[in-house]
Design a protein around this ligand. Structure first.
Ligand code: SAM
Length: 292
């Protein structure tokens, strides 16, 4: 009875419905029921959505497009209809909405306006790949797509160079070779990586290797299809730690301050810089200097 109650489609509710990442048989019966019974569906690509709905014999459902470049105005429209009493399902091209896909803003808007959000869970390529990777799964960090902007990419890699947890990246095939070489520069070529390609599809491939060998594989053949990269963290590969300790951290606080003063910084600025190197506040650094 409770189960039936839970399966009833509720008015004034947004349903996040996960869709298959390659194999249509992975759509759950509950997801099909929600898609059949909601008042309307918001979809990242309405043509893709139409194909999915036809496959499951769902016809005549109102589809509204909701994607990266119209999400602001469409989000408001979708919400106003939900607030007016309708139920809406949100789907993306594949996998779980709001994970490197449109949806995050809509869910946030619902939270701000006290609108109920629930959903039918299903596959998320990141978690599926992690579970297949053979690497540590206890603690992980989802990095999604790396920026295409060189500077931002470099900065991000520097930030995660000493990440202890297993890391998950999404990558498009035409950027894979570059990404593998950037990862090797940052984490060392012996770092373990599992490349998960075309999951749940005919050409599924799970390649457990190192960055060095992955680079060699893709020098021989062009990457094709969709990839999730699972990269071992420092906890799993401490011997591949390539980051060097900042030599300034071996100085005493007095020497550290003197170093920046010798470079021409005023005392306050030199303290600020030394504190930043040490990842502490200026007042903490001041206390270290005066041994308080
Ligand atoms: N929201 C989706 C999810 O829950 O997985 C992710 C959407 S994101 C725009 C698309 C990326 O997910 C692809 O570039 C790829 O990195 C990964 N991906 C999606 N389907 C995949 C598959 N079948 N095999 C491997 N990676 C996949």
């Amino acid at each position: 009875m409770e189960q039936m109650e839970k399966n009833r489609i509720l008015p004034r509710t947004l349903y996040l419905v996960a869709t298959p990442i390659g194999n249509l048989a992975d759509l759950s019966p509950r997801a099909v029921k929600i898609l059949s019974e909601v008042d309307f569906i918001a979809a990242e690509d309405t043509r893709n959505a139409q194909k999915l709905l036809s496959f499951f014999d769902i016809h005549g459902k109102e589809l509204i497009s909701y994607f990266e470049h119209n999400k602001r105005q469409k989000g408001e429209y979708i919400l106003s209809r939900i607030e007016g009493g309708e139920s809406c399902a949100l789907i993306t091209d594949a996998g779980t909405p709001a994970i490197s896909d449109p949806g995050e803003d809509l869910v946030r808007l619902c939270a701000e306006r006290h609108v109920t959000v629930t959903g039918a869970p299903g596959c998320c390529a990141a978690v599926h790949a992690l579970s297949l990777s053979g690497l540590m799964t206890g603690r992980f960090a989802f990095e999604g797509f790396m920026s295409v902007n060189k500077g931002e990419r470099k900065k991000r890699l520097a930030e995660i160079q000493r990440e202890r947890r297993t890391m998950i990246f999404y990558e498009a095939p035409h950027k894979l070779q570059n990404t593998l070489s950037d990862l090797a520069d940052c984490f060392g070529e012996d770092r373990k990586i599992t490349l998960c390609r075309e999951l749940t599809k005919l050409n599924e491939e799970i390649c457990q290797t190192t960055l060095k060998d992955a680079i060699a594989i893709y020098q021989e053949r062009a990457p094709k299809g969709e990839y999730v990269l699972i990269l071992a963290g420092l906890d799993e590969c401490p011997d591949t730690d390539t980051s060097e300790e900042n030599p300034l951290l071996t100085l005493s606080p007095e020497e550290h301050l003197a170093h920046y003063e010798a470079l021409g910084f005023a005392k306050m600025d030199a303290m600020k810089k030394a504190a930043k190197d040490r990842g502490i506040s200026k007042s903490e650094f001041y206390r270290m200097l005066h041994k308080e």
